[in-house]
Ligand binder design. Structure first.
Ligand code: DC
Length: 248
């Protein structure tokens, strides 16, 4: 049963749908914790690379996942700083190569099982926004609100292209579209916890919407779902913030 003090909103979707930025902003707006589950899979892939564990060695990856020495240090205005075995890997894990490697190791059932309790441990007061592929279907099936973001492959590739460019990472749009398709296929077709909306998810098509518009839409959904009576503190907070946005 969900405690009144531990609210959860899940935001799932494919790469480039904006879910990372949206989820982080949403968590900041609500004053909640934030789980970037993709980062956990990326860190595991990086650790495997570091310790020369093959991406198809399920048993060794399971052990590595169970003992992963990783810290997520929350930052005031940006995503968490990520420390693997004492080393700052915040930017190292963000390459397309690591995204693809994360998708490969994430397809292994024993790896997913090993990372499950670690992800659930992020649940905290007053609430958690969890971003990933299976947050609403597997990790937090009892979340109060489940969001599934979509966008056309072209839009997603373009967003990813601009994001990587900003980070100084050079890629071509054509390569990105190809890699996105390959990654989508693997994430959607894997036997365990494939990328798909939960039955009770609210799907939002984000083409043509700004990040702020998507965040506002999710806040409205949450406000509608939570209801003033059931969750007065959070609903009041959202009301105040919505008024502030209108006033700006
Ligand atoms: O969200 P992201 O692009 O950082 O995720 C990288 C990969 O990690 C993604 O292609 C598949 C895997 N992943 C997963 O299997 N389950 C999650 N909940 C999050 C990510």
């Amino acid at each position: 049963m969900i405690s009144d003090k531990e609210h959860v909103i899940t935001v799932d979707g494919a790469s480039g749908t904006g879910k990372g930025t949206v989820s982080l902003l949403l968590a900041k707006r609500l004053g909640w914790k934030f789980l970037d589950s993709g980062a956990l899979y990326r860190v595991l892939a990086l650790a495997a690379q570091k310790h020369q564990v093959a991406f198809d060695n399920e048993k060794a990856l399971e052990v590595l996942a169970e003992h992963l020495d990783v810290q997520f240090l929350a930052q005031e205005t940006s995503a968490s700083q990520i420390i693997l075995e004492g080393e700052d890997v915040t930017t190292t894990i963000r390459t397309e190569k690591m995204g693809n490697a994360a998708s490969i190791v994430g397809a292994l059932p024993a790896v997913r099982a090993a990372l499950l309790s670690r992800q659930r441990a992020f649940r905290d007061t007053p609430g958690l926004v969890a971003d990933g592929r299976d947050m609403g279907t597997v990790v937090f099936p009892d979340a109060e609100l489940k969001i599934f973001l979509t966008a056309t492959p072209e839009e997603r590739a373009l967003r990813r292209f601009n994001q990587l460019k900003q980070q100084g990472i050079s890629v071509t749009l054509g390569d990105l579209i190809m890699e996105l398709r390959e990654r989508d296929k693997r994430d959607q077709e894997r036997a365990v916890a494939p990328l798909k909306p939960a039955e009770d998810a609210v799907c939002i098509a984000t083409d043509g919407l700004t990040i702020d518009q998507v965040v506002e839409r999710i806040l409205l959904e949450y406000k509608g779902k939570a209801g003033k009576k059931a969750f007065p503190a959070t609903t009041d907070l959202i009301n105040k913030q919505s008024e502030a946005v209108v006033a700006e």
